[in-house]
Unconditional design. Structure first.
Length: 88
């Protein structure tokens, strides 16, 4: 099993885009018992990946509760870097 942050990054190499909620939903089967698989920590991981040019924001909207939801994607260079360092 990969570390959670690696799994988060690797998820973006398999989808067009995703929000923190999407990541949590996708990973909860394997990582559901991890304390860091929560919205606050996943958002922090996504923002760190964006700051390191692995991910980029694609759009944003409001969820049903009126909270901001930001979507990210791995561009071609970001996905190549992720795949180079994090093997399946």
């Amino acid at each position: 099993m990969k570390p959670l942050n690696y799994a988060i990054l690797k998820h973006f190499t398999t989808v067009k885009e995703a929000s923190a909620d999407d990541v949590i939903e996708a990973l909860k089967g394997e990582y559901g018992k991890f304390k860091a698989l929560n919205k606050k920590d996943v958002i922090a991981a996504l923002m760190t990946a964006e700051a390191n040019c692995l991910l980029e924001e694609t759009r944003f909207d409001l969820d049903d509760a009126g909270n901001l939801r930001v979507y990210y994607r791995a561009n071609e260079d970001g996905a190549a870097t992720i795949n180079k360092y994090i093997k399946d």
